[in-house]
Design a protein around this ligand. Structure first.
Ligand code: NDP
Length: 282
């Protein structure tokens, strides 16, 4: 039985704090992986047009036998579609590929401040349309820095419900998290175990031995206790189960502080810097 707690978003909707990520799951493996995740008990799936597997995510949801309302589905607007008409077409396609009438959460995947004349505000205004017409129950952003969020706040009436950003023990990204806390924007932590890069860390290994859990479980638990939303990815059933089994232990404040102190600042970042990332798929 799932003991996953919900986080209340600034629009009143609730999101399960623990979900399942689907980045880098090949389309041919996606339906099986998502089906296994749903069987284990995950009720929150994070996908994106960029991942090329929305159809297969939808297939697993349809075949699960679960009510649509019991699964929280997130997808994201790809970088090619920031202009308003492109965004409208891309969102129609996302819903049609997923085979569902609404997503629980739709995000602008990257701000791309060096593209589209630096204009992500008009993209956000189209996201507001999707929210208003009920096809995106919640809307948010991903990889937005505080100054990007300031621009949305100055020029639009909707505060993003979430900001999905890179966060893990080697890159705690606290300035962006703190901005979110101050403005009612929930933080979703992507690559929560740094794609495996933090799992051999000595400090984390020692804590894992002490609490009798795997290093992945310790790191995921650290995120949950910090209040962030996470969706670790795995195609390995044992790991999928381990990553969902986070609710029968607790890290004490000393463990929490030791893990947080592993932060390496910008050196710990594994992905691109949002101010510079400008990739537009052809
Ligand atoms: P994660 O930090 O979730 O790590 C995934 C990797 O760790 C895989 O190689 C997986 O291997 C391995 N792994 C998973 N669980 C364990 C475990 N218990 N023990 C050992 N190894 C394990 O990385 P992701 O980058 O996938 O991030 C999670 C999700 O965040 C993504 O799937 C996506 O939904 C989202 N994301 C969003 C981004 C954005 O720009 N908005 C960017 C990146 C990610 P294996 O699968 O072989 O088991």
């Amino acid at each position: 039985m799932s003991e996953v707690s919900n986080i209340k978003l600034n629009d009143g909707n609730e999101i399960p704090q623990l979900g399942f990520g689907t980045f880098q799951i090949e389309p041919e493996n996606t339906a099986e992986a998502v089906s296994q995740a749903l069987e284990i008990g995950y009720r929150h799936i994070d996908t994106a047009e960029m991942y090329g597997n929305e159809k297969e995510v939808g297939e697993a949801i349809r075949n699960s036998g679960l009510d649509r309302g019991d699964i929280f589905v997130t997808s994201k607007l790809n970088n090619s579609f920031h202009d308003p008409d492109g965004a409208r077409e891309a969102f129609d396609k996302t819903l049609s590929d997923l085979g569902i009438e609404y997503v629980d959460l739709f995000l602008i995947h990257w701000p791309l401040p060096t593209r589209y004349d630096g204009d992500f505000v008009s993209t956000w205004q189209v996201m507001e349309e999707f929210h208003d017409d009920g096809r995106a129950r919640s809307i948010g952003v991903s990889n937005f820095q505080p100054d990007h969020l300031d621009q949305l706040a100055a020029k639009t009436g909707t505060v993003p419900a979430v900001n999905q950003i890179e966060v893990h023990p080697y890159f705690t990204n606290d300035a962006v998290r703190e901005y979110g806390q101050e403005h009612g924007i929930a933080t979703e932590a992507w690559s929560p175990i740094a794609q495996g890069g933090v799992l051999d860390d000595d400090t984390i290994t020692q804590i894992a031995e002490k609490v009798g859990k795997s290093t992945a479980q310790v790191v995921l638990r650290w995120h949950l206790q910090r209040g962030d939303i996470i969706f670790p990815k795995s195609v390995t059933p044992e790991r999928m189960k381990d990553n969902f089994d986070l609710f029968d232990f607790e890290l004490d404040s000393d463990d929490m502080e030791q893990i947080t102190a592993l932060d390496q600042g910008e050196d710990g970042r594994t992905g691109p810097h949002p101010d510079k990332f400008d990739f537009i798929p052809s």
